[in-house]
Design a protein around this ligand. Sequence first.
Ligand code: IPM
Ligand code: MG
Length: 352
Amino acid sequence: MKFTITTIPGDGIGPEITAEAVKVLDAVAAKYGHEFEYHEALMGGVAIDETGNPLPDETLEVAKSSDAVLLGAIGGPKWDTTDPEGVRPEQGLLGIRKALELFANLRPVQVFDALIDSSTLKPDVIRGVDILVVRELTGGLYFGARARENDRAYDTMDYHVYEIERIVRKAFELARGRRKIVHSIDKANVLESSRLWREVTVGIAPDYPDVHLEHMLVDNAAMQIIRHPEQFDVMVTENMFGDILSDEASMLSGSLGMLSSASLGAGHLALYEPSHGSAPKHAGLDRANPIATILSAALMVRYSFELEAEAKAIEGAVEQVLSEGFRTKDIEQEGTTVVGTARMGDLIAERV
Ligand code: IPM
Ligand code: MG
C-alpha cells in the first residue's frame, strides 16, 4: 500500500531522531512491499528563522494532504523568551495540535525487560508495568484565556462538556482492548473544571459496564505512579496534568528517550512524536536516543495505516536490539554496548 507522510524534523535533536525513524519505516516498506512517500515541512525554531512563523501555512497544508505526520522535536534556548508578545517554537506545536484538532494524546509507558535495571526505581516496583496515559491535548490551561497585565498574569483551565466527553470516551474504548481499568485523574477537591470532568466521566461510565472506573486526585496519582505503578492500565487526564504525569511515568521505562506518543483527532489525520523535547545540548552529537521516535513511527503504522504486523515488527526489533545489549547513552548499563543515534537506527532497521 502507498502512504504519504509529512515529516517535521524541527529543532535540536529533532532532525537526527526523525531520520532514524524514517530509516526504520523504509525497512518496513521494503520488507512488506509498501510505499512511503515523505514530504518534509518546517515548524518550530527553524520555521521562525526561515519564515518568521513557527507554523507556516504551507506546513499545515502539506500535513492536511498527507496520511500522517511524523514530528521530531521543537524548541531551544535560542528562541526562549518571556515576552508576552514574543514568537516561540512551541506555538508551532500547540498550533498544529489545535488546527488538526488532535485532542487525544496517547503515551504508552512500558517496561522493557532488558531495561528493568536502568530505571531509577527498583525492579520489583516496575516489573510488568504497562500504562497508557491518555492526555487531553487541545484544551485546559494550554488554550484557556490568558493575559499579562502590569504586575499580574493568569492562565485559565477551561473545559467544555464535549471536550471532556470525547477524551474520556476514547480512554474507555482504549481500555476495552487492554486490562479494562480507567483511572480518571483530576483535582476535584479544588478545581471547578475538575468537578465538571468528574461529573461527565461518571455520566459516561454506564456506557462501558465492562470497564472499571476509578477517580484519583492528581497529587495522589503522582505519588502512586512511583509507589505502585502496576495498578494503572489507562490513565485519562486533562492537558497540563497529562503533560506532567507522562514525563514522570516515562521514568518507569528507564528514560524519557523511550516514550512514544500518538496524537489522534476527530478526523483521520494523526500526528506522531516522541514525548521528549529537542534536547539542544545533545544536538548534532549522534548520541540522542531515537527509540521514542521509532516507537512513535510504530504507532503511526498501527493507528493511521492499520498495519498491525508491521507495527509489531518495529516494536519487536526494538526489543531485540535492547536484549542484544545495545544502548544509547541515556540507557547505558554495565556490560552493554553504547552506540550512537544513527547506529541504533541501523540496528533496529536491520532487525525489522
Ligand atoms: C510535550 C511537550 C510540549 C507540551 C511542549 C514542548 C509545548 O512538553 O509534548 O509534552 O507541553 O505539550
Ligand atoms: Mg511534556
